[in-house]
Design a protein around this ligand. Structure first.
Ligand code: GYE
Length: 323
């Protein structure tokens, strides 16, 4: 994440800050009296986090009288690119994308820029050489989430554990950065080792499949699970139980998202901890669109703040969780 911000700052510094501002200015939607039309290309419905994000954005659009054109990509970038092109053809005012993977966006974003439609990225970032291709990214810092998970786990395991890692969707910003942050976090503890690591594509079913394979090959060595999201951790919990291993006790489990089902699993003492990643983008997204329409200059990155929850607070907080 930080590297894009730094890249943007470097480009900005070289050009005296002019380039992104001009591109943004040109792309500003007209603040006329007519109903605002926003196209939103969503990743899919792979996790509870994702459905909470969809609900938040749809709900906020309805509340503000915005017409939302919603396209769901079933975790395939090709579908997202098609959706974006159809938003251009429909001449929407703003295009919002939650990009499945980081790369492969230059061409279609260039088409959007040529059509003078501003792009706002939500939840996942992209890797582009020219950061004037989007106005801003609203997202969590996934590297920091991975680091938080590593630090909690190192403390819990007294600096020594054989860990299996369930990665998110290959090539996605959260999978890349959560891995990176976690590896950084365990580096200070030579006894903390990732013995197996594989993608479970952020779904419960694939998380379970991958965990079953890990149990088959390394049953007696596995001491901890680090899952890039709660759904995969919940799948892993099922796999462990079916193999007669006690999740949360025989094997310590930490994941990311902090969805309601994760709180339930913590209350049941099967999941040990989860790092929050807030999916409630609706209010901040439409506030940002309003600022853009008002001609305000926006930062390139708007950060969502996250916290960590473990079993010690789960029962007390579960009823106050919004997703
Ligand atoms: O953690 C996971 C989802 O992009 C931050 O995608 C998001 C991730 C989230 O499927 O559950």
């Amino acid at each position: 994440m930080l590297r894009y911000v730094i890249f943007g700052m470097m480009v900005g510094a070289l050009l005296g800050g002019a380039a992104p501002a001009v591109a943004q200015e040109r792309a500003k939607p007209q603040a006329t009296g007519k109903k605002l039309v926003v196209g939103f290309s969503q990743v899919g419905a792979e996790s509870a986090w994702r459905t909470a994000e969809t609900k938040s954005i749809k709900g906020e659009a309805a509340k503000r009288g915005v017409e939302l054109k919603f396209a769901i990509a079933q975790q395939r970038q090709g579908n997202q690119i098609k959706a974006v092109r159809s938003f251009i053809a429909q001449r929407v005012d703003v295009i919002v994308i939650a990009p499945i993977v980081e790369t492969g966006w230059e061409r279609v974003l260039r088409e959007v820029q040529r059509a003078r439609i501003p792009v706002i990225l939500v939840d996942r970032g992209v890797k582009v050489r020219d950061d004037s291709l989007y106005v801003t990214l609203i997202a969590s810092d996934f590297v920091e989430e991975g680091r938080m998970a590593a630090e909690w786990l190192a403390k819990k395991m007294n600096g020594k554990a054989n860990i299996v890692e369930l990665q998110g969707t290959t090539g996605s910003a959260p999978a890349i950065d959560r891995k990176k942050g976690f590896e950084e976090g365990i580096k200070k503890h030579p006894g903390m080792k990732i013995i197996k690591s594989q993608s479970g594509d952020f779904t419960r079913a694939k998380g379970k499949d991958v965990m079953e394979a890990f149990i088959k090959s390394d049953r007696d060595r596995i001491e901890a699970v680090y899952a890039h999201n709660d759904d995969m951790a919940l799948g892993a919990i099922q796999a462990l139980e079916e193999a007669g291993i006690k999740p949360g006790k025989d094997v310590i489990i930490i994941s990311i998202d902090a969805v309601r089902a994760a709180f339930e699993a913590m209350v049941a003492r099967k999941l040990n901890a989860t790092v929050e990643c807030n999916p409630l983008f609706g209010p901040i997204l439409f506030d940002t669109i309003e600022k853009l329409r008002a001609g305000e200059k926006l930062p390139k990155y708007i950060k969502n703040e996250d916290r960590l929850f473990d079993q010690s607070v789960a029962a007390e907080l579960i009823d106050s969780r919004e997703y």
